[in-house]
Design a protein around this ligand. Sequence first.
Ligand SMILES: *Cc1c(COP(=O)(O)O)cnc(C)c1O
Length: 395
Amino acid sequence: MTESKNLFTRLSHKGRAGTHIHGFVNPPVYRGSTVLYPDMATRRAAGSKRLEQALIYGVMGTPTHWPLENVVADIEGGTRCQIVNSGLAACTVPLLAYLGAGDHVLLPDSVYGPVRGFADNFMSRMGITTTYYDPCIDAAGIAPLFQANTKVLYLESPGSHTFEVQDVPALAVVAKAKGAKVLMDNTWGIHHFQPFTKGVDVSLQALTKYVVGHSDVLLGSITVNNDADWERVRLTSNQLGMFASPDDCWLALRGVRTMAVRMERQEKSAIEVAQWLAGRPEVKEVLHPALPGARGHDIWKRDFTGACSLFGVVFQPGFADERVDAMAEALQLFGMGASWGGYESLALPSAGMTRTAGTGTFGGPCMRLHVGLEHPADLIADLEQAMLKLHANEA
Ligand SMILES: *Cc1c(COP(=O)(O)O)cnc(C)c1O
């Protein structure tokens, strides 16, 4: 049978054990450091397979890692995938793979905060310099930011907290011409953005979000589309001693089976909530690329096949940050906390994010919302009651 083009079908059938492990539907958890060999010839042959899915030593991966690698590579349309222990590690490992002392990297001003911390506090100590650029920059704008030593153009689209949609294909063309690698954090896009058809060389994701889907596991993936990038990423990850727990991989495999159906429901609910918010007088703007007329909608429509359920809202400038905090605290169904992609809704005021390229100001206090699997009518009612706190005299 030819492989289905439909992600729902592939997520249900990819990376399964068939009937060769006693017929159980799911692959088991393989735990182990040592792998024993029958003879030295086999041992030496295994040692030469560092780039393959081969049993060598626990840290190189197990038959619990492989199906997850294969499913994620399939979701992203790449050839190979390296699973690492967190989404943040999925960001830092490829940066270390392609950058060395004396090199320069271009990071979007909207980049996931801990990556900014890694660049400013860690890469800087290694002699790697960073320029932060406006995530909405076009090809003509980014070209002069490349230096002779620029080795990486890093993308994250839409941007963390503020959802700027980047013109990935146009920016990637410039990077290619300048001889730089294109790394992209594709956590928001997941399967809705196919990075390798748009000029990206290395695509990374926090599987912690929708793949795991239940807010109980941290994992990351680094996906590539050719052997040279695979070797670079794979060896860097191994040399840094990165390792994801097989138990966590097993949980992620369980999560990914229902990911498409969860995301479909959550996408619909998020748009319903976002549209309701857009009609409220307290709201200045909704930062959701899938809403017609929203910032970045045209590029989103061109490059994405759908949206996840994470978006932003900008309140009218008259509301102080403390009022927005009070609203977040008054929410009953939305939890206050970091991360997203789980089954439960979250709300987080965005005040205090670091920006150095002059972006991220929307003329009012911002809040990031993650819509979970609760009924959207209940979520809207919750937002409506909590919004009373925006008005100081209701405090
Ligand atoms: C959460 C997140 C990460 C990091 O993932 P963790 O598993 O929490 O380390 C990276 N990039 C983006 C865009 C994220 O939202």
